[in-house]
Design a protein around this ligand. Structure first.
Ligand code: 0RA
Length: 686
């Protein structure tokens, strides 16, 4: 063995050793190895390009999901340096790709690489460790450089593969399927996150393309887009306008951008006629779902300056109490983004900003700005005061009414609702509650269930009729009361997760618009009143099949259009030859004959009897009620066979926005939404 080769393998052993903990315990680095962990790899790579953009060196980032299932992130930044570092003998590129935590810390010196996503900043080396292959292409100093890695180890040196006038970095990775539950990237997840990042990094274009084949053909109109580009000149200001697009604004967007020694602050906020509050906070572009010091600072400034203004202009009289934080919350949409050198992330999910200096920095900056704004825009100010004071009066007036539901003990004395078919088990760890839409589906579920562990609560569709109502008012609704009592946790001040009666609560609704409607409503209810339940991972959405495909004696269930097509393909049935039977039929077999109309697909079976045709029957389930108890059990409820979506808190932002569109006072966007999203909502995987 040559000396050179020996040296090379020694260093690869070192790299392998360094990355070994990542292979051993991927969860420690990327949280999970499910679909979320998979996307963590994407964020890790994108964050590096965003850092380059935040440092002012890059204004275009392009993601593509490639045909072979790999993913490329390319930017037009300076390009990661490829020359060997004098002291270490290793290039910056190789360091970033093979040394844990190298990414963020790299060049805290002259490289100007200041702010970097602290939370996700485990570095691209983690992506390298969890990918079967990585190809890095760097454009720099007139050349195109390339280097390949396999499971963390460089396959040779950096090579020059061409010339170029541009600069930039392109990283392509192939996630390791022996590590992840799935290696299929989800376009919607990527779109949502990239849109958010584009809002937070104004002036940067983030483009996304899905090049995988066969995903967008034959889908309903409007659903076949596979290329997106996001660019927001207004940054978080555009974000707030986007969040409020279907709401009726009562004042302009108030925007502040300020650099103080402690941090860089960007805040946009706007009041609408809605009742709920929607504040989204970020620290170094990381969504701080648990809030933290920036949020606390914002809230105190908001309450203080609004009360000061209200007093000074006589909206509040001497005898009046100040408006509370709750009062000034109603109808508020805000995005708060801070960037700082050394973010401290705390809390259960490490998504709460802990730096105390940020609180006072945000508080004084925002207080100053809001006071100035109110002074200069008396009409907007008047509308904001009116909103807050109305909320304040409503709070006092409705306290008594709301107390009957929320007050300590109000629900406690009540017995379990008669509609609930409870399970025999009293152990929450094994108990499941199915919330089922409609009495007839509820009946099937009751008959089909495992009565030891599964409880069924049917909800009637009429809880839908809460349009234009406040969610608070829904709490008085008997259906919702039954649900709250069944859960056992109480609600409001008396909420206690420890008292939950079921550690799995499953929303099971029809695959139609009404089903989507009721699911959104329930999700919003859980999000606003039972958030700890979602955080604990207790809330699920059942996934009933959309189709039953049968031919002869065999039949299979399909949970998506893609799955249905796959079954047909596996059975050797040409796609245009099969057609769906609109009605539910129980026919498993239908032999070709004179009395069979051509609704169903036909194929000829050439063995033996060339004239005999076996029909393919595709039954589309429009509602759960169309399934008999056995079918419901084997497809949707049997723990051995079912698949369910676990609801994530991050998705609540979407449910919340959808809720406002569906329930809000403006009819037009609601109709438009239902028409254009009927299909998507139906498949809403949250
Ligand atoms: C450190 C120094 C320099 C560039 C980068 C990091 C860099 C890293 C990534 C990761 C993805 N895209 C990136 N673009 C740039 C260059 C310092 C210099 O040229 O002076």
């Amino acid at each position: 063995m040559s000396e050179k080769k020996q040296k090379y393998s020694a260093s690869s052993i070192q790299v392998l050793k360094g990355l070994e903990p990542v292979r051993k315990r991927p969860g420690m680095y990327i949280g999970t190895t499910d679909v979320r962990g998979l996307h963590h790899l994407v964020w890790e790579v994108v964050d590096n390009s965003i850092d380059e953009a935040m440092a002012g060196h890059c204004d275009r980032i392009m993601l593509s999901i490639n045909e072979d299932g790999s993913l490329t992130v390319a930017d037009n930044g300076r390009g990661i340096p490829v020359d060997k570092h004098k002291a270490t003998g290793i290039s910056a590129l190789e360091t970033v790709l093979t040394v844990l935590h190298a990414g963020g810390k790299f060049g805290g010196d002259a490289s100007g690489y200041k702010v970097s996503g602290g939370l996700h900043g485990v570095g691209v080396s983690v992506v390298n460790a969890l990918s079967t292959k990585i190809v890095a292409e760097i454009r720099r100093e007139g050349k195109v450089y390339r280097q390949e890695y396999k499971v963390g180890v460089a396959q040779g040196k950096i090579e020059v593969v061409g010339e170029t006038k541009s600069t930039g970095t392109s990283i392509t990775f192939w996630p390791d399927k022996s590590v992840f539950e799935t290696i299929e990237f989800d376009m919607q997840t990527i779109i949502t996150r990239c849109r958010q990042q584009a809002y937070l990094t104004k002036g940067v274009t983030i483009a996304i393309e899905d090049k995988r084949k066969g995903r967008y053909e034959g889908k309903i109109a409007g659903d076949n887009t596979h290329k997106y580009a996001f660019y927001f000149e207004g940054g978080v200001q555009s974000y707030v306008s986007h969040l409020n697009q279907n709401k009726e604004a009562i004042a302009d967007v108030i925007y502040i951008e300020k650099d103080v020694p402690e941090c860089k602050i960007e805040i946009a906020m706007q009041y609408t006629h809605a009742y709920n509050e929607n504040i989204i906070t970020f620290a170094n572009n990381i969504h701080t779902t648990e809030g933290g010091m920036h949020l606390t600072g914002f809230r105190s400034a908001l309450t203080r300056s609004i009360n000061n203004y209200a007093r000074s202009k006589g909206f509040l009289k001497d005898k009046d109490d100040n408006m509370t934080t709750e009062d000034v919350r109603e109808g508020l949409t805000a995005v708060i983004s801070v960037k700082l050198g050394d973010p401290q992330f705390e809390g259960q999910t490490k998504s709460k900003l802990g730096n105390p200096e940020v609180r006072s920095a945000v508080e004084s900056a925002f207080n100053e700005k809001l006071t100035e704004y109110l002074g200069e825009n008396p009409n907007d100010a008047k509308a904001i005061m009116a909103k807050g004071m109305l909320a304040s009066r409503a709070r006092l007036a409705s306290r008594a009414a709301r107390d009957t539901v929320l007050r300590k003990g109000a629900l406690e004395g009540m017995t379990l609702p008669g509609k609930l078919a409870d399970c025999t088990s009293r152990d929450p760890a094994v108990s499941e509650l199915y919330i089922v839409e409609g009495d007839s589906a509820g009946g099937s579920a009751k008959q089909g269930r495992d009565r030891f562990t599964q409880a069924i609560l049917p909800l009637r569709g009429k809880i839908l009729n809460v349009e234009q109502a406040r969610l608070d008012r829904m709490l008085g609704n008997n259906e919702i009361k039954a649900l709250i009592i069944a859960l056992g946790t109480g609600i409001g001040e008396t909420f206690d997760l420890e008292r939950i009666r079921y550690k799995r609560v499953v929303i099971m609704t029809d695959a139609d618009v009404d089903g989507a409607h009721i699911r959104t409503l329930l999700l919003t209810l859980f999000y606003r009143y039972f958030k700890p339940m979602i955080e604990a991972g207790y809330l699920y959405i059942a996934q009933p099949p959309l189709y039953k495909v049968s031919k002869g004696k065999k039949s299979e269930y399909a949970f998506s259009d893609d799955a249905k097509e796959k079954i047909l393909e596996e059975w050797g049935i040409p796609l245009d030859d099969s057609s769906e039977s609109g009605e539910a039929t129980e026919n498993d077999t239908a032999l070709g004959g004179a009395d069979n109309q051509g609704e169903e697909g036909e194929i000829s079976e050439m063995e033996g009897k060339p004239t005999k045709k076996t029909r393919v029957n595709i039954q589309r389930y429009k509602g759960l009620g169309e399934m008999n108890p056995d079918q419901l059990w084997e497809t949707t409820m049997d723990p051995e066979r079912r698949s369910m979506f676990k609801v994530k808190v991050e998705d609540a932002e979407m449910a919340d926005a959808i809720f406002d569109t569906l329930m809000g006072s403006e009819v037009l966007p609601r109709r438009k939404f239902i028409q254009t999203h009927a299909k998507k909502v139906k498949n809403l995987d949250i």
